[in-house]
Write a protein that binds this ligand. Structure first.
Ligand SMILES: [Zn+2]
Length: 421
């Protein structure tokens, strides 16, 4: 009897402990999710059939929707081709704004379905595009966004994965690109020596983001419901993101908005609805850390539906609770702007401007700075951390992370090390 009690206690302890470990379905490749019956994944074979937003577009419907928006709203948007997938499908991005191309208007980026079978985000992004374009001039809040920002939306980052079973079905979508590569484990990783395998999808995306100055972005996934902020490469106890406090505030605002519409979703990983990525589980080669580290872009990963292939009739209910927070997240960029200061001198054109060593563990020397001119160091939110009129700066008191050194209208990324290897 005593033995049975001990076994019972052990089993209870084991399962209680297990229950406390947050599970991320994303973490278990390459097992395919048990198929959702294909009849639950209704397809729209023309644009009109998308009217109720309760179907998934066939590939040609998707292309038509993106093209029609560009054709119907040339004053509000532009259709970009980011590149082409292994099987030759276009990777598209719709740029929305009344000041596209003007660098005075900050750039926001949403991208979805880099894992081809995580379908919900794709339709949410299409509906977001439709809402932004058709609300312009009618809804002051959304009009203000379109007038103030450049909003880039890439609904489908991995078209070959989504249309793995052919252009007319998403029932056999899978996670990978056509060569079987997990694109979200295949970005340059600042904290790992593993070299990514070049893929046309990621090479094109890297080129695209390198030609922009995205300040804030999110990559939408499925398989869980939680906001996952950087870093993915570390436990937060090992290396917290320099803007962890800011991320938690942003996630809280997102969740506060979501809770206005829904009280049950976004609770299956943490009760707060958000988590530092590495505390959930550590990955390498993800796009989130790549964007944060190499592009000074504050990107988080949004896991928006526990079911990857969400039955299509549920898509409108997900939009009901996600539309508000997705828009709230774009609005974060309005308050993220580092306000231009005109109190310091311009760097004359043609002058080589450099900081070395970079990365640095503490002291950097600036080349190309006129002695006596003011230089400032900012964090990625644009908050000024120090002013100096010297061409050498001491950053040793700053936490490891990425900072901007600003001189005149130029800003340069400086990496403060201290991160474990
Ligand atoms: Zn995913």
């Amino acid at each position: 009897m005593k033995g049975k009690i001990l076994i019972f206690i052990f089993i209870s302890f084991f399962f209680n402990t297990l229950a406390q470990i947050p599970l991320r379905p994303d973490a278990f490749p390459p097992i395919d999710e048990p198929s959702v019956p294909s009849k639950a994944l209704l397809m729209a074979s023309n644009v009109d059939q998308m009217a109720q937003w309760n179907r998934y577009p066939t590939h040609s419907t998707y292309l038509s929707m993106m093209q029609e928006w560009a054709d119907n709203h040339p004053e509000l948007c532009r259709l970009d081709s980011i590149g082409t997938s292994v099987q030759g499908r276009k990777i598209l991005c719709l740029a929305i704004g009344t000041h596209l191309g003007d660098s005075n208007y900050p750039e926001f980026f949403y991208s979805s379905t880099i894992h081809g079978d995580e379908l919900t985000g794709m339709v949410m992004m299409l509906r977001l595009i439709d809402t932004l374009l058709n609300s312009y001039g009618r809804n002051p809040r959304l009009t203000h966004l379109v007038d103030s920002l450049q909003i880039y939306i890439n609904p489908l980052a991995n078209p070959d994965g989504t249309y793995h079973g052919g252009d007319n079905t998403v029932a056999t979508s899978w996670r990978y690109n056509a060569d079987g590569i997990d694109l979200n484990r295949n970005y340059p990783d600042p904290f790992s020596s593993t070299t990514p395998t070049p893929t046309p999808e990621n090479t094109a995306m890297i080129d695209y983001v390198s030609h922009h100055r995205f300040r804030l972005s999110a990559n939408l996934h499925g398989g869980a419901e939680v906001l996952n902020y950087p870093w993915d490469s570390f436990l937060s106890s090992v290396q917290a993101h320099p803007k962890s406090d800011w991320w938690q505030e942003v996630c809280t605002r997102f969740m506060d908005t979501l809770r206005c519409y829904d009280t049950t979703h976004f609770a299956n990983v943490t009760s707060s609805g958000y988590i530092a990525g590495g505390d959930w589980y550590v990955i390498g080669g993800g796009r989130q850390d790549y964007m944060n580290y190499y592009h000074d872009c504050l990107e988080m990963t949004m896991e928006i539906s526990t079911t990857k292939r969400l039955p299509s009739h549920l898509l409108p209910s997900y939009w009901h609770f996600l539309a508000g927070p997705l828009i709230t997240y774009i609005e974060e960029l309005l308050s993220l702007l580092p306000h231009d200061s005109n109190d310091i001198a311009e760097v004359p054109d043609g002058v080589l401007w450099e900081a070395y060593p970079n990365p640095t563990s503490g002291h950097i020397t600036l080349l190309g700075v006129t002695p006596g001119d003011a230089v400032s160091v900012l964090d990625l939110s644009g908050a000024t951390l120090l002013h100096s009129t010297s061409s050498t700066l001491d950053l040793s008191h700053l936490a490891p992370g990425i900072y901007l050194v600003r001189y005149g209208r130029r800003a340069m990324k400086v990496i403060k090390t201290g991160a474990p290897h």
